[in-house]
Write a protein that binds this ligand. Structure first.
Ligand code: NAD
Length: 498
């Protein structure tokens, strides 16, 4: 059985800490591989390699840096099938969904190829007598990414693509649950011509995360994961003087107004609620039909769709979704369904007992659908991260809007309606970072930014889009005076333009 180590200085390096974890294959519950968990010293080794390689990379002109990323895209296309298969085996999502995971990551690399444009500064000629002002963007040095299990290709690429394009070196600490694809990305970056040491992978758990957060040579940390860890990483990283952005958990609502096309809304809820077994930070986990009649008509459509969801191993060609990532995740999600039943929500479709024939040890769960969920219930307040959809019936549009606004998370939200006035009002007033109007998973494209509000995000810049270049660069502003012959004597007053 293979044991994943780390990728440091352009080479695979075996783990030295003696600490090892299992990587499971969720489709049958078997141990697929082992992964070494890095010690502080191993994280340090990666940082030293990154630090040594970074100045020459920063001095490489941005077009040449971009060409390496272009080559990387070509290589990812060549190895797409292999990468998707590995991703599906370690994560549990279906192969088409794994391809989407890779593709959304590569789209940010495509955007990062615009580094020569994104890195351009500003220039003011003649700001004063003989005075010109210009600004430049410079890389930070060594940056790090700490990423979750649920998008093992996409999120590492969201972090590393713009960071590298901007001239930084990068240390990635991916999820220890599916480390295979991040290591494959490291090999492909090297093959594409990225100098050794510019993209490093250290596998590990809390110990390696803490080493990243405390390392004085890491200047910026981008984190994605659950809210409690996001908050921890943000405060510890900021206390160490780093630039930090952390993206956390979610509870995404879909509001369905009485005039909506309910077949379209039900289809959207099925895809966005149960795709990837609900293990997406932009999954819809709460449906809010407005009015009893809308709720009843929606339930009529939802119930048969949830009952007929096709669950299967990640390798099956026609599965809607596959197993959950680990046995613990399965237990946790089933536990939430038990909690919902005890809290008095009406479990209309119960997927807890689902077992996959021929794959009895896999981490499968059927789709669950709750009706009559109320806002004081834990199943409404907390992120479940599984194939469980809660229906909260609202009497009015104002009540539905209030639900989304009062929730502690504010990652994504959607509204289904044919009423343009209502949709416009909703987009303006909702306290959520990413809004879909008749679009269930409004993940912005690479050239816009991605980020939630409230406790879904800590820090003030978003991921990808122009914010990524702001996050991974620092601005320097130069005020210069030429010709050199100007002599106006010493001045003891602060210069102004008065
Ligand atoms: P997680 O918080 O368990 O892990 C994220 C990262 O933190 C991993 O690299 C992990 O090794 C590390 N980590 C775990 N425990 C730690 C600890 N005690 N101290 C320091 N580091 C620790 O998250 P996950 O289960 O891998 O991913 C699912 C979560 O990620 C969900 O909450 C989901 O909503 C969220 N997510 C958010 C976004 C977003 O953009 N907002 C995107 C994807 C996933």
């Amino acid at each position: 059985m293979r044991t994943y180590g780390h990728f440091i200085g352009g080479k695979h390096v075996a783990g030295k800490s003696g600490r090892i974890a299992d990587v499971f294959q969720p489709l049958d519950g078997s141990v697929f591989a082992k992964v070494a968990l890095a010690s502080k010293a191993e994280v340090r080794e990666a940082v030293e390699n990154a630090k040594a390689a970074q100045p020459a990379w920063a001095a490489t002109n941005p077009q040449r840096r971009a060409r390496v990323l272009m080559k990387f895209l070509e290589l990812c296309a060549r190895d797409n099938e292999k990468m998707a298969e590995l991703l599906a085996r370690e994560h549990g999502k279906t192969i088409p969904d794994a391809k989407g995971d890779i593709q959304r990551g590569l789209e940010v690399v495509e955007f990062a190829i615009g580094a020569p444009q994104m890195m351009k500064g500003e220039y003011t000629e003649g700001a004063g007598p003989g005075i010109d002002i210009y600004s430049m963007r410079q890389p930070l040095g060594v940056c790090a990414g700490i990423t979750p299990f649920n998008f093992p290709a996409m999120i590492p690429l969201w972090k590393a693509g713009p960071a590298i394009a901007a001239g930084n070196a990068f240390v990635l600490k991916p999820s220890e649950r599916d480390p295979g694809v991040p290591l494959m990305l490291a090999e492909l970056f090297l093959e594409a011509g990225l100098p050794p040491g510019i993209f490093n992978v250290v596998n590990g758990d809390k110990e390696s995360v803490d080493a990243v957060l405390d390392d004085p040579d890491i200047k910026a940390v981008g984190f994605v994961g659950s809210t409690s860890i996001a908050e921890y990483v943000y405060s510890r990283g900021c206390a160490a003087g780093k630039r930090v952005q952390c993206f956390g958990g979610a509870k995404n609502h879909m509001i369905i107004l009485p005039d909506a096309d309910l077949d379209q809304a039900a289809d959207a809820l099925i895809g966005a609620g149960y795709g990837s077994a609900g293990e997406r930070c932009m999954a819809i986990s709460v449906a809010v039909p407005v009015g009893e009649d809308t709720a009843n008509r929606l339930m009529e459509r939802l119930v048969p769709r949830v009952e007929s969801l096709k669950i299967g191993p990640s390798t099956s060609a026609d599965a809607d979704f596959g197993p959950l990532v680990t046995a613990q995740a399965l237990e946790r999600v089933r536990g939430y369904v038990d909690i919902g039943v005890n809290e008095g929500a009406k479990l209309v479709v119960d997927g807890r007992a689902f077992r996959m024939q021929g794959y009895e040890n896999g981490f499968y769960m059927g789709g669950c659908l709750f009706d009559n969920v109320t806002k004081d219930m834990r199943i409404y307040k907390e992120e479940i991260f599984g194939p469980v959809l809660s229906v909260v019936r609202a009497k009015t549009y104002a009540e539905a809007l209030g639900l989304a606004n009062d929730h502690e998370y504010g990652n994504g939200v959607a509204i289904y309606t044919r009423d343009g006035d209502a949709a416009r009002d909703f987009a303006a007033k909702v306290e959520v970072g990413m809004v879909g109007i008749n679009v269930p998973i409004p993940v912005p494209l690479a050239y816009y930014t991605f980020g939630g509000w409230k406790r879904s995000s800590f820090g003030d810049l978003n991921q990808h889009g122009p914010d990524a270049f702001r996050f991974y660069t620092k601005t320097k502003t130069v005020t210069s005076r030429w010709p050199s012959g100007i002599k106006d004597g010493a001045s003891f007053v602060i210069p102004t333009m008065a």
